[in-house]
Design a protein around this ligand. Structure first.
Ligand SMILES: [Fe+2]
Length: 222
């Protein structure tokens, strides 16, 4: 049963509790993250800014099942277009305004022949702010880029990745060519955790065949 988190600590605790279960409902994770009333003094200790790039600050390693982190976006800074290594990504705006720009996977299929390369196709754009604080993406939806377009205001976001991942692919918008990059934390090294694989259970669909609920089932790997 979800109750509105009383504080950031309470949100972290409730997320841990949720992921203690064998089955985790992504919609419930999104609702819980959305229901947190953001209070900067709650999460200030995870905020570290770098003038020239966004920073990733680990909040909770989720006992190996997920990573919860705070990303800090200076003014006029954006991520590269990237995938999510088969993980679920839930992003919650804590401060400021960001844009999530989605792209279709490139069709070059790894080919570097000039004829196969083309500019990546933008499929969607969503504004993330206090009115619309939560976004969700996985690789089957597409790729995305997160942008702080504001020349004055910084932005802070809370991200939950399930399962955790340490590398992803970034893509060049002009050619669709990709590159694998390793990801690190700016606040502390990731501790060794048990590893889990996520098996998706059969989705619940409505009358017109749209997926209305997706459940996750964990299996611990050796
Ligand atoms: Fe992302």
């Amino acid at each position: 049963m979800i109750s509105h988190p009383k504080s950031f600590e309470d949100l972290i605790r409730q997320l841990r509790e949720m992921f203690n279960s064998e089955e985790v409902d992504i919609e419930q994770v999104k609702s819980l993250m959305a229901s947190y009333q953001t209070n900067p003094s709650d999460w200030a200790k995870f905020v570290h800014f770098d003038k020239f790039r966004y920073t990733r600050n680990l909040v909770d390693a989720g006992n190996g099942k997920y990573n919860l982190m705070i990303l800090c976006w200076p003014q006029k800074i954006q991520s590269q277009i990237h995938d999510h290594s088969d993980a679920h990504c839930i992003m919650r705006s804590l401060s400021g305004t960001l844009y999530e720009v989605r792209f279709r996977w490139p069709e070059s299929n790894g080919s570097t022949r000039l004829d196969d390369l083309s500019r990546m196709e933008k499929i969607d754009e969503t504004k993330l702010d206090s009115e619309n604080p939560v976004a969700y993406i996985n690789d089957s939806i597409g790729l995305h880029r997160v942008e702080n377009r504001d020349p004055v205001q910084y932005a802070v976001t809370l991200h939950l990745y399930c399962p955790p991942f340490t590398q992803c692919n970034t893509f060049d918008e002009e050619t669709g060519l990709n590159e694998t990059v390793r990801m690190t934390f700016d606040n502390e090294p990731k501790k060794a955790m048990p590893t889990y694989t996520v098996r998706k259970m059969s989705s619940v669909t409505n009358m017109v065949g749209e997926i209305t609920k997706e459940m996750l089932l964990f299996e611990q790997s050796v």
